[in-house]
Design a protein around this ligand. Structure first.
Ligand SMILES: [Zn+2]
Length: 313
């Protein structure tokens, strides 16, 4: 195969099995280090169909309704909106590519002038049209004709790792951005602490999955963005909390619901426990969570990569 970033045809096989025991080689480019799947499903038919949501959603191994997906993710948009807060203006226009059930754009309500979504999944788009107050397009970004564009800001959360042809995808985004427009991305970091520091086997078996066709690091993501005409900064952020990480390290298994692994951990919940003990222990876990995330992020081992930058071409 040919590396989409550097064009090299030399790779090594780093593993041969994905989540759910699916047999597939995972390759690492010998030249630039990009990690990708040996054979990849196209995006247009896969996401428009039912197969993807049957196996992949906020609760591992369970098919969630569109309402359940929205309700799982919407309460956790605060840190993302906060990360963008210095760049949001009341008059601006925002396009969210791969907007899923529209939870991020719903959280932006009242903060910007125009919100538009793009989502290949028909069920997700139908959910937005029925329940939310912004427009959603269902064509790929490369070919969509979006009347509201070009935009001041384009965002894409947990999308780039799904894209078999990221160069044309990012050029499609650039086409829909104003000159000097802003791009914000979030996607999994292959240098995630559970893989690179704790080396949890159960996590690696869960981590590599059919819909994620590429696995980026700070360096490979920056190389791809430079190649497609963007300049800015790649950082890592720890989105899952300290207790989620401890659970993986100690049991090799994920939390059972998305909510448990996110937000502030509150471990003492029984009302019969004296409130002084409850409060002091919960403050301890809250502080531990903040310190853990900071340490992980300082070492570039957060579970997600973020990119904030501008179009230069
Ligand atoms: Zn390469």
């Amino acid at each position: 195969m040919t590396c989409v970033i550097c064009g090299s045809t030399k790779q090594s096989v780093i593993r041969d099995t994905l989540r759910y025991g699916v047999k597939r080689d995972v390759l690492r480019c010998s030249k630039c280090g990009l990690v990708f799947l040996a054979s990849q499903k196209g995006t247009d038919t896969y996401y428009a169909g039912k197969e993807y949501r049957k196996r992949h959603g906020p609760t591992p191994g369970k098919a969630s309704s569109m309402r359940e997906i929205f309700d799982a993710y919407f309460p956790h948009q605060g840190p993302i909106v906060k990360a963008l807060k210095n760049h949001l203006r009341p008059g601006m226009s925002v396009l969210d590519v791969g907007c899923s059930t529209g939870h991020f754009l719903a959280a932006l309500k009242g903060k910007v002038k125009t919100r538009v979504g793009l989502e290949l999944g028909q069920d997700e788009a139908a959910f937005i049209r029925k329940n939310l107050d912004f427009k959603v397009y269902t064509e790929p970004i490369e070919s969509a004709r979006i009347d509201e564009g070009p935009f001041d800001l384009v965002t894409a959360f947990q999308v780039l790792e799904h894209i078999p042809e990221p160069v044309s995808f990012l050029r499609g985004i650039a086409k829909n951005l104003k000159p000097n427009g802003l791009l914000y991305l979030e996607l999994p970091n292959i240098d995630d602490a559970l893989l690179s520091v704790f080396k949890v086997k159960g996590y690696a078996d869960f981590y590599y999955r059919e819909p994620h066709v590429s696995y980026y690091s700070k360096n490979t993501l920056m190389a791809l963005l430079r190649k497609t005409g963007f300049n800015g900064e790649v950082k890592t952020v720890q989105r899952y909390n300290f207790t989620n990480q401890m659970r993986w390290i100690l049991t090799g298994k994920p939390q059972t619901t998305f909510a448990q692994g996110n937000g502030t951990p509150v471990l003492v919940t029984d009302e019969s426990v004296p409130s002084r003990i409850r409060a002091s222990l919960n403050v301890f876990f809250k502080d531990a969570d903040i310190r853990y995330r900071k340490l992980i992020e300082q070492n570039g081992a957060g579970d997600n990569l973020t990119f904030l930058g501008r179009k230069t071409l």
